[in-house]
Design a protein around this ligand. Structure first.
Ligand code: TCR
Length: 850
């Protein structure tokens, strides 16, 4: 193959390629001081396949009549050994055309170099592009995804057939959000790819209000300390979901660490660089990496590639060292008479020791080994993703050349005089013009458009690692991430079954702190990420209804928080109700009192002609009794749910009742008082006329009624929802409209009672038959005591008991008056009728109107 495709008649040009055919360079012996190109080790079958794909594509283009019919493409391929220094070396060789120390794969024969495919990883592409960019030599990347490379100022001649990492990072954050994870770890390779991906990922994570639990690197060159740091982070962190950005070659030592430390219960989010890698997706790693979910660029089939890959044999070309090494590594044997070392490995491994495996295998290769028996990444054409990119990269250069060769005289883009670039007489930099505007349809129908600046359209497959029936790892497509220049959409298939590597096989849970339950709010911890917080119970009267709330809301006016603080409940409304024991008892007492007064009234009416009843104005007695009934029944207005009318009626009836009662008593006491004065002075004072007594009553009641009316009209009492005195309850009470009016209506009553007291106190010694004066004095004393003691009792109670205290005072004072004034009389009337005669009155003065 080495000499093919360059013939003298045809125009021939060469396309350069850079592939990671080895994984690393062998550390140079420090004792050698002369500069030597480092040797490589760790044969990479995947890189070898990519390289083969490039050769296959070039063959295909050469066979096609429609592209570059008169031009033969050649190739010159370098092995970058996944190392920057090798990549730079290759770039320099491309530019200078010098033979390097040890020839790689080449097929130039002096033909012109028009462009370069590669290098693989971003770090290598960046390094190479710095040099190639100086000369504007076209470079088309097939796997370099670093967003940094989009900078056309720094990398003027770099183009790529793969989307930038920016899109993948965004997709990853969307995936993380889709599954509800918030606490994410990230581990990346120690190169440009890893660093830039982590940087953009961090930004996106923060924008999405998610948190990074840790961010660690996998060292490029094995270092126990650095590796241990990453392992410890994975081990100790509570993050169950970890994003891994690294190409498979860089990742494999880390995978071994995970196996070594037996870390299983983690879900790995795979970047496109390792998601389908056969190096990682080995069945023996499944307990550790099964259930990984990640993004992959679309896969395709490449017709003819499989046959081409199988068409490899070391005997075809004894100078083809790569094929010999491939054969030796694949079949674990030594090719006779070759200088290619067998399977060397100078890696320092986890134990810190250096394994040297460069001993030549004692088994010789026969050349009869069957590729068909080999299970090897190289031959696996089921996951052609980057391989297809290699193909598209080669095609891009070919199509650009094609466009250049079909340019007409005078129409070309280049000065002077719009000269056209001729084949083969042109400069490689002129190709950049055509590459920038290139758009073509690939063999699988997809449009490739590499010239644009970042706005790509395409999609990622979302793959999940599952175990298939034969015990191999299957990459099951569970969704897609579609991106156009304006739309980015994550679609997880509805019916997709995703394998999760958790104990319960259920969706893993990755949070720093669990979501706060309703009834609590997030309390952020100082200096810690927003995903770590304490859950603080809402304060009284505040609630949080949904989980994960930042603040508790205050309940509405009539509402209060329940005990679990997840709902506002209507406040309990409190008032003295009829149907509670206290209310009920009070009703009974007042009704009983009223009935008792009624009974007394009946007795009085029946015995109205007896001297006792007749003595001292029985009509006034009936008025007192009637007013006592009013007072006793008015206490019922205090019970039950307060309404505006009951509030108004309460105090008015009470005040009017009392004024009627007291003024009637006053009528009596004034008579007594006058009788007393008469008995003392022996003068001809006439007793007060019965009508005048009634006028006193009428006047007092009218005055009281007047004040009450003014009260009702000007500032009436009203229902008031008292929310201050207790949080959990609304106390329904009556609020006196104006304190002044209230005081004056009861002031009148107090004044009347004082007057009564004074007049009767003076006349208490009056020796009448029935001790009327003493009884009234005593009754009024009881009355005073009750109302005086009422004040402190009233002021020190709360809620509904306030009203109860009031009712109690009302009832007690009425019972007091009833008991003191009328009970002794009824006793005489009913049980000692003998005393109720005119005769017994004898020498005593009887105050009668007759
Ligand atoms: N970009 C990585 C390297 C890389 C890779 C891969 C290597 C990507 N995809 C697949 C091996 C296989 C994506 C970089 O460094 O830019």
């Amino acid at each position: 193959d080495l000499n093919g495709y360059v013939d003298a008649d045809n125009h021939s040009v060469v396309i350069g390629g850079m592939f990671p055919i080895h994984s690393r360079t062998i550390p140079v012996d420090e004792s050698i001081l002369e500069p030597v190109s480092a040797k490589c080790e760790g044969f990479n079958f995947r890189g070898f396949r990519w390289m083969k794909a490039m050769i296959h594509t070039i063959r295909e283009i050469n066979e096609r009549e429609d592209i570059l019919p008169n031009v033969t493409l050649g190739y010159q391929i370098f092995d970058t050994c996944s190392t920057i220094s090798k990549s730079v070396e290759a770039a320099l060789v491309f530019l200078t055309g010098q033979e390097e120390n040890k020839p790689n794969f080449r097929n130039s024969m002096g033909a012109m170099l028009v462009g370069i495919v590669g290098a693989g990883g971003s770090s290598l592409s960046i390094a190479a592009s710095r040099i190639l960019g100086l000369y504007y030599l076209p470079q088309v990347g097939y796997a370099s995804t670093c967003s940094f490379l989009s900078d056309k100022y720094q990398f003027p001649s770099f183009l790529r057939v793969i989307a930038s990492d920016k899109i993948q990072s965004e997709a990853m954050v969307k995936l993380i959000q889709h599954f509800g994870w918030v606490w994410i770890g990230v581990i990346a390779a120690d190169d440009d790819y890893g660093k830039y991906e982590v940087k953009t990922f961090k930004e996106k994570i923060e924008d999405a209000n998610l948190c990074l639990a840790f961010s660690e690197v996998i060292p490029k060159v094995y270092s126990y300390e650095k590796m241990q740091k990453a392992v410890d982070a994975v081990k100790t962190s509570t993050a169950r979901v970890i994003v891994l950005y690294a190409s498979d070659i860089d990742l494999s030592p880390f995978v071994l660490e995970m196996v070594y430390h037996n870390i299983t219960d983690r879900t790995w989010i795979a970047s496109e660089a390792w998601v389908t890698s056969a190096l990682i997706a080995k069945p023996e790693y499944f307990p550790y990496f099964g259930g990984s979910i990640g993004f992959a660029i679309p896969r395709t089939d490449i017709p003819g590639l499989r046959e081409f890959l199988y068409d490899v044999h070391p005997s075809k070309n004894p100078r083809d060292v790569l094929t010999i090494e491939f054969w030796q590594t694949a079949f674990n044997c030594t090719w006779p008479n070759s200088s290619v070392p067998y399977n060397s490995d100078h890696r320092v491994n986890m134990t810190g020791k250096e394994d040297r495996l460069d001993a030549v295998s004692d088994k010789f290769c026969t050349g009869e080994e069957k590729l068909e028996d080999l299970k090897n990444t190289y031959l696996d054409v089921s996951q052609l993703r980057i391989t297809n990119n290699v193909k598209q990269a080669v095609y891009s250069i070919a199509y650009a050349l094609h466009d250049l060769s079909s340019c007409e005289e005078g129409r070309g883009p280049f000065d002077p005089g719009n000269a056209r670039a001729y084949l083969p007489d042109f400069d490689a930099w002129q190709l950049m013009y055509y590459l920038h505007s290139l758009k073509f349809t690939a063999h699988d129908g997809r449009t490739v458009n590499i010239g644009q600046n970042g706005d790509l359209t395409g999609y990622y497959d979302i793959l999940n690692w599952q175990l298939d029936d034969s015990g191999n790892i299957a990459f099951v497509k569970v969704g897609e991430y579609v991106f156009t220049d304006s739309m980015f959409e994550l679609v997880i298939r509805r019916n997709a079954t995703i394998f999760w590597n958790t104990e319960s096989s259920e969706l893993p849970h990755s949070v720093c702190t669990d979501v706060c339950l309703p009834g609590t709010r997030k309390g952020f911890r100082q200096g810690e990420p927003v995903c770590c917080f304490d859950c603080i119970t809402c304060a009284d009267g505040h609630v949080s209804q949904k989980p994960g709330q930042r603040e508790c809301q205050r309940c509405g006016e009539d509402y209060w928080s329940n005990t679990t603080r997840n709902e506002c409940v209507l406040k309990e409304v409190e008032f003295l109700a009829y149907n509670e024991p206290l209310g009920f008892t009070l009703v009974i007492l007042s009704v009983f009192g009223a009935l008792a007064v009624l009974a007394v009234m009946v007795v009085y009416v029946i015995y109205r002609h007896t001297p006792l009843v007749n003595a001292n104005d029985w009509e006034l007695s009936l008025l007192i009794q009637a007013s006592l009934i009013v007072i006793l029944l008015s206490s019922m207005l205090f019970i039950g749910k307060p309404h505006t009318w009951t509030c108004m009626a309460r105090h008015i009836t009470l005040a009017l009742g009392f004024s009627l009662c007291l003024s009637s008593i006053l009528g009596k006491t004034i008579s007594l008082f006058l009788a007393y004065r008469i008995s003392k002075s022996k003068t001809q004072l006439t007793s007060i006329h019965p009508l005048s007594r009634k006028i006193i009553v009428l006047i007092s009641v009218l005055v009281e009624a007047g004040v009450c009316t003014a009260y009702l009209v000007l500032e009436p009492p009203r229902v008031y929802k008292n929310m201050e005195s207790q949080n959990v309850k609304i106390i329904l009470e009556c609020k006196e409209g104006s304190m002044e009016f209230l005081c004056s209506i009861f002031g009148i009553d107090a004044f009347l009672s004082l007057l009564c007291f004074l007049t009767t106190f003076v006349a208490r010694q009056l020796p009448d038959n029935y001790y009327e004066g003493k009884c009234i004095t005593f009754g009024l004393l009881v009355f005073f005591i009750i109302w005086v003691s009422f004040v402190p009792a009233y002021l020190s109670t709360k809620g509904k008991f306030k009203v109860a205290v009031e009712i109690f005072a009302i009832l007690a004072s009425s019972y007091g008056l009833l008991g003191c004034i009328f009970a002794p009389k009824c006793f005489i009337i009913l049980l000692r009728p003998k005393r109720n005669t005119d005769e017994i009155v004898g020498g005593r003065i009887s105050v009668t109107d007759k």
